[in-house]
Design a protein around this ligand. Structure first.
Ligand SMILES: [Zn+2]
Length: 403
């Protein structure tokens, strides 16, 4: 049975742009390797962000891997906790907890507290833990503004509506409040507890010496995307004993891999940005193909450039992905019996600078598919391909020969 590899270009899909003569960035960029997958295989589209779930990368990547986030999404907090090796008890509710900047008149100014320095963030979270940590709660350090808050005990619920801080820029906190998502005592109690903690930690942070004189001080904590310990079916169990590996620079993608008991391969110098170690990631993927049936090769850089709204950088990141990731892996596996798929997890249209739910373009070549008329890989052509519109675990089942 053929092995399979997905090239996952985070945030690559976009809209037709006037400044590119009506083309999308993917169409305007030179991408011979991705085009060769379309030319020698089939195209289609895939729904990664079902309605009712956050438009976040963890949901989208779960979809690509066929893990049905509609049923199984544990929340960003628990996925990152797993990624960091935090052991969650059955009653724990893990929250992603940003350090954010909120202006004195209550406007969300920066979801990242000025991309707060790691050391400053570490110290602030340590001090918050010292001051507020107790049998009911623990603050846990992550990277920069990306920290965790764990609430301990049966009295807490994860059924709480929240606002994503990176989608809340410019809003007043009175419009961003946590609210109960069901009518349980626990949800109401959790909301009350969070509001109280939010106020008390803000008073503490306002007086903290590390915030003095900062233009984007870490003025508040912002807990979001809560959930309990994840219970994903292990990859091998899900896919008839086949084994899978994930290569990514990003905690939340690696966390997803750990939740599914996949082999999470660390690549030195993988940064999640355009300075990432492309060659190292391509080599790691080629090597992993010897050992595993399935490789998920995730590259974050294009998403970051898209969120920045930097078109020139997005074009460069797409060309780098094609030349430094897709091309060398295809070349190294030229005579092997492997299914290759290329796709983004979701669009990040450069004009919107945020994720959208539009189904993503997919190209697949290999023994699992034939060929169709589509010769280049693009958002505009993929919907005309013979793979058609796909969702759920259709891509994974196709790649794994389980259709
Ligand atoms: Zn993404």
């Amino acid at each position: 049975m053929a092995k399979s590899l997905i090239f996952l270009a985070d945030g690559m899909a976009d809209h037709n742009l006037d400044q590119l003569g009506g083309k999308t960035p993917l169409e305007a960029a030179s991408t011979p390797a991705m085009d060769s997958i379309a030319a020698n295989g089939c195209c289609g589209t895939f729904l990664t962000l079902p309605e009712g779930l956050p438009t976040s990368s963890d949901v989208a990547n779960m979809s690509v891997l066929g893990f049905y986030p509609e049923k199984n999404y544990p929340g960003r907090g628990p996925i990152e906790a797993v990624s960091q090796g935090v052991e969650l008890a059955p009653d724990d509710v893990a929250w992603r907890c940003n350090l954010v900047t909120i202006s004195p008149d209550g406007i969300m100014e920066d979801y990242s507290a000025g991309h707060i320095d790691n050391e400053v963030s570490r110290q602030l979270i340590d001090d918050l833990q010292q001051e507020f940590g107790c049998s009911a709660l623990t603050f846990i350090n992550g990277v920069s503004y990306r920290n965790l808050l764990v609430l301990h005990g049966k009295e807490f619920s994860d059924k709480v509506n929240y606002h994503k801080p990176d989608s809340s820029h410019g809003s007043h906190i009175s419009d961003l409040q946590w609210t109960p998502a069901d009518d349980s005592h626990e949800a109401a109690f959790t909301v009350k507890f969070l509001n109280d903690l939010f106020k008390r930690t803000a008073e503490f942070l306002a007086k903290h010496p590390l915030n003095k004189g900062k233009s984007s001080p870490a003025s508040h904590i912002w807990p979001w995307s809560p959930g309990h310990k994840p219970a994903l079916t292990p990859f091998s169990e899900r896919y008839s004993g086949k084994t899978g590996a994930i290569i990514s620079a990003v905690d939340v993608i690696k966390g997803l891999g750990k939740c599914a008991e996949m082999d999470v391969i660390e690549v030195p110098g993988a940064t999640g940005y355009i300075d990432t170690n492309y060659a190292g990631k391509a080599e790691a993927a080629i090597k992993a193909l010897q050992k595993h049936d399935f490789i998920y090769l995730h590259v974050e850089a294009i998403d970051e450039c898209s969120h920045e709204g930097n078109l020139e950088l997005k074009l460069k990141a797409i060309e780098d992905f094609d030349a430094k990731i897709v091309a060398p892996v295809l070349a190294a596996c030229k005579d092997m019996d492997i299914n290759f798929a290329v796709m983004p997890d979701h669009p990040v249209p450069i004009e919107l600078r945020k994720h959208t739910r539009t189904p993503v373009p997919v190209a697949i070549m290999g023994p699992a598919v034939g060929t169709d008329e589509i010769k280049t890989y693009s958002e505009n052509l993929a919907p005309q391909g013979t793979l058609g519109f796909m969702k759920g675990d259709e891509i994974m089942k196709l790649l794994m020969g389980l259709k």
